[in-house]
Design a protein around this ligand. Structure first.
Ligand SMILES: Cc1cc2nc3c(=O)[nH]c(=O)nc-3n(C[C@H](O)[C@H](O)[C@H](O)COP(=O)(O)OP(=O)(O)OC[C@H]3O[C@@H](n4cnc5c(N)ncnc54)[C@H](O)[C@@H]3O)c2cc1C
Length: 322
């Protein structure tokens, strides 16, 4: 029987919502293989979070906890050790999770250590160890089957619904061995100070592109973002030009987002940008060029200059909010 082990990340005492699509992918894989879903909680002092995850269950047969002081702050070296150790101890036939920046780092290393095939950034589970993924930034789609005694995967967040709570699952410590940081030390962590929600977790994302012209011109976008309680995003051309910080970049080499509402303002819609946002539920594009490719994926498109439309849009939202 297959045993799918999904690594979940925690934030304080709770699961990170970014981990929920990976659980769904794991559940689909378990179902296709006629097996069980198991969750692995990794970190230092994650007992309360693991218990909360066990209460929510998410359809898992068990929640396993690898808790060790050396697992926080995160280092790839230490995490990979315990993820591999847990996969071996539990006899996992598949190992993976959401393609977050953490698991994009850990799962390929775990696959190498387990001598396992890696199905990265999959967009669908199509059968037992069978997956779909995009190639060349979405120009081609590949359906393939991974074979091996263990198969590793990462799932693209925007393509799987977040897992929802179900029956409670038993929580137990797993003997995943002792992590070894191999000399890696986190010297300092500088968190971005923002009252806005994280880009990957926001319900609304307002993104600007090179056509905004300057960082100063992002101010109306920020105003709209805050009126809608959303997160600010940008194209790579805008971040490369220094208009806004690099961590706002959405796309193939930036963050992958799937909000309910995505505004693409003065963004052309290059395939590498679409790779990071086309899973959004509703896409609104504002662009002065009627031929801009962004209009091919937009649900609502406005051919106009942002200078003319953003002030009106902001006033309309303000009026609506009273
Ligand atoms: C390997 C690789 C990885 C990449 N990864 C990413 C990635 O992760 N994310 C990403 O975004 N890009 C990525 N890119 C870059 C990508 O190919 C594009 O160059 C980039 O997305 C273009 O950004 P843009 O749409 O803001 O700029 P442009 O293509 O220059 O488009 C600007 C748009 O603004 C419009 N515009 C101009 N003025 C106005 C105005 N006043 N009002 C309204 N509209 C206006 C124009 O009509 C145009 O459509 C990657 C490229 C490569 C090769």
């Amino acid at each position: 029987m297959s045993k799918v082990l999904v690594v979940v990340e925690t934030d304080g005492n709770a699961i990170k919502s970014a981990s929920l699509p990976g659980i769904t992918a794991g559940a689909q894989l378990a179902q296709q293989g006629g097996g069980e879903l198991h969750l692995l909680v990794v970190g230092a002092g994650v007992g309360d979070a693991a218990n909360a995850i066990g209460q929510a269950g998410y359809g898992a047969a068990g929640v396993h906890v690898a808790d060790h002081a050396d697992l926080a702050p995160f280092t790839t070296e230490a995490w990979t050790d315990v993820v591999v150790g847990a996969a071996k101890a539990l006899g996992a036939t598949a190992l993976g999770g959401t393609a977050t920046s953490t698991l994009r780092d850990v799962i390929p290393r775990a696959a190498a250590l387990l001598d396992a095939p890696l199905a990265s950034e999959v967009t669908a589970v199509t059968g037992s160890n069978a997956f779909r993924r995009e190639m060349s930034a979405g120009r081609a789609v590949a359906d393939f089957t991974a074979s091996g005694s263990v198969v590793c995967f990462t799932a693209r967040a925007s393509d799987f619904e977040p897992a929802t709570p179900a029956d409670a699952a038993p929580v137990a410590a797993v003997d995943a061995g002792t992590p070894n940081k191999r000399g890696a030390e986190v010297v300092s962590i500088e968190k971005t100070q923002s009252a806005r929600p994280a880009l990957t977790e926001a319900n609304v994302v307002v993104a600007g592109g090179r056509g905004m012209g300057s960082g100063e011109n992002f101010k109306p976008l920020e105003e709209l973002t805050d009126l809608l309680g959303g997160a600010l995003g940008a194209s790579r051309a805008a971040t490369d030009a220094g208009m806004v910080p690099a961590d706002l970049q959405v796309g193939q080499t930036g963050k992958v987002v799937a909000p309910n509402l995505y505004f693409a303002v003065a963004i052309s819609g290059a395939i590498q940008h679409l790779a990071g946002m086309k899973g959004s539920k509703t896409i609104v594009a504002i662009n002065k060029d009627p031929e801009a490719p962004i209009f091919q994926v937009a649900d609502y498109g406005l051919v106009a200059k942002w200078e003319d439309t953003l002030p009106q849009l902001i006033e309309a939202v303000k009026a609506k909010k009273g």
